[in-house]
Ligand binder design. Structure first.
Ligand SMILES: CC(=O)NCCS(=O)(=O)O
Length: 391
C-alpha cells in the first residue's frame, strides 16, 4: 500500500514540478575577470575574503556561522501529497491546532512550503540569532527553489547578520529545459558570473556555489552541473556545498565527479549527512575523502521521512552523538552544522525551533557529551571561516 501511495505521489510531484519551476539564468555578461596565462585560475580581489550579499568582508568578522540555512525559498518541488484522510488538516491555514500534524508531515501542506512568505518572521529570528551570539548565515537557496538575493540583501542590512548567498542549481526536477540543454561550459559561465558579477539580474553576488542539488541516481543534467561547479571552483578558489541524493553511496559518488573535474574537495561541504549515511564505518570511509562533513537538520525530528521511508531520521541527541564520534575519530576540523530551515513550521513563529536552536540548545548538549569548548568553536567559527574564505 505504502509503495503504491509513494509511486503515485512521486509521479504527481514530478508533474507539478515541471509546471511550477523555471530556473532563472543569471545575467549572461562578459566577464571582467582575468585568466592567468597557462592556468584556469581567475584573478580575483576575493582572495583571502568572504563574499557576503553586502560585499566582501574579512573572515574574522563572521563569528558563529550556520553553514546551511534558507531564509526565503519555495520547496514546492518536493510537495508530498498527504494521505486522503489528512486532506482537510493539510489544506487548513497553519495554526496551533494543526501544528501536531505539520511537525510529522511538513511536506504535505502547500502553504508550509512557502518560506518566502515569512520574511518579517525571519527578520525577527535573525535579530534573535544575533542576540544569541550568531554572526553569519550561509543561505543555500539556488536556482529552482526561488532564490531571492534582493530580500537577502535587505535582511542583512536590517539585522546586521552576515548572509552569504548560493550560486548554481538545485536538483534535476527543478532544472528548466533551457538548463538541461546547456553545455558544461555555459553552466560554468553562469555560476562564475553569479559569483563575480551578480545573481538573477541583480548586482548581488554569491559567496558560495550551492547547495548544488543531486538526486539518486545522479541524473545527466546534475552531472553536468557538478562538472561546471568543479570548473567554476577551480577558477575562483571558492567554497562549494552539495545536496547529495538519498543513498549512503551518493556523497562519495558526487565527490568522485567533482574530483575528476578538478574540484577542490577540501573546500567542499557535503550536506545532509544526518539522513544519508547511518553506518559509522561507512561514515569514516566517506570522511577520508576530505570534504567538510555537515549535520544540518538539527531541530528536525520526524518519524516517517516521506522521501525515503527506510530512513530513520535521527533525533538531535543522536546527531550530537554522531558529532562526538567524529570528534573522537579526529575530524573536529572537518565538521560544520546547521538547521537547514526550509519549511514554515520550523520557524519560532509557528512553535518551531528556529535559527538559534543550535546556539541555545545544541551547544550546551554538545558540551555534556565529550565535545569541549575549543572543539565547539572550531565547528561553529573556525571551520566555516576557513571554508568560506576564497583561496
Ligand atoms: C532544502 C533542502 O534541500 N533540504 C533538504 C531536505 S532533505 O529532506 O534532507 O533532502
Amino acid at each position: 500500500m505504502i509503495g503504491h501511495h509513494m509511486q503515485a505521489n512521486q509521479a504527481q510531484r514530478h508533474r507539478r514540478v515541471q509546471c511550477a519551476f523555471q530556473t532563472t539564468p543569471a545575467r549572461q555578461g562578459h566577464f571582467l575577470s582575468v585568466i592567468f596565462p597557462g592556468s584556469q585560475k581567475t584573478m580575483s580581489s576575493l582572495s583571502g575574503k568572504v563574499q557576503t550579499v553586502l560585499g566582501a568582508v574579512d573572515p574574522g568578522q563572521l563569528g558563529r556561522t550556520m553553514t546551511h540555512e534558507h531564509l526565503t525559498m519555495s520547496f514546492e518541488c518536493c510537495y508530498f501529497p498527504p494521505a486522503p484522510g489528512d486532506k482537510a488538516v493539510a489544506e487548513a491555514p497553519i495554526e496551533m491546532r494543526n501544528l501536531f500534524w505539520l511537525k510529522q508531515n511538513p511536506y504535505g501542506s502547500h502553504e508550509n512550503l512557502l518560506l518566502c512568505q515569512e520574511t518579517d518572521a525571519v527578520k525577527e529570528e535573525l535579530l534573535f540569532y544575533r542576540r544569541s551570539g550568531g554572526g553569519t548565515i550561509v543561505e543555500n537557496t539556488t536556482a529552482g527553489i526561488s532564490r531571492d538575493v534582493t530580500t537577502l540583501k535587505r535582511l542583512a542590512k536590517e539585522t546586521g547578520v552576515h548572509i552569504v548567498a548560493g550560486a548554481g542549481f538545485y536538483v534535476d526536477v527543478t532544472h528548466s529545459d533551457e538548463t538541461r540543454k546547456m553545455t558544461v561550459e555555459k553552466l560554468t559561465d553562469i555560476i562564475v558570473s553569479e559569483v563575480l558579477h551578480g545573481t538573477d539580474g541583480t548586482s548581488v553576488k554569491c559567496g558560495v556555489i550551492g547547495e548544488i542539488g543531486t538526486s539518486w541516481p545522479i541524473t545527466d543534467s546534475e552531472k553536468k552541473v557538478l562538472k561546471a561547479t568543479a570548473h567554476a571552483q577551480a577558477q575562483l578558489g571558492c567554497p562549494v556545498i552539495i545536496h547529495p541524493g538519498r543513498n549512503p553511496v551518493a556523497p562519495a559518488a558526487v565527490v568522485q565527479i567533482l574530483q575528476e573535474a578538478g574540484g577542490d574537495i577540501s573546500k567542499t561541504v557535503m550536506s545532509h549527512l544526518d539522513r544519508t549515511i547511518f553506518d559509522e564505518g561507512e561514515l569514516l570511509e566517506f570522511a577520508k575523502m576530505g570534504s567538510y562533513l555537515e549535520y544540518d537538520l538539527f531541530g528536525m525530528e520526524l518519524l516517517n521521512y516521506p522521501y525515503k521511508l527506510e530512513v530513520d531520521m535521527p533525533s538531535d541527541s543522536q546527531r550530537v552523538k554522531t558529532l562526538a564520534f567524529l570528534v573522537a575519530e579526529g575530524y573536529e576540523d572537518r565538521i560544520v552544522i546547521a538547521h537547514d530551515i526550509h519549511t514554515k513550521n520550523r520557524l519560532t513563529k509557528y512553535g518551531g525551533h528556529g535559527y538559534s536552536h543550535i546556539l541555545n540548545n545544541i551547544v550546551p548538549k554538545m558540551l555534556t557529551r565529550g565535545i569541549n569548548q575549543n572543539q565547539v568553536d572550531k565547528i561553529l567559527i573556525e571551520n566555516p571561516k576557513h571554508w568560506l574564505t576564497f583561496k
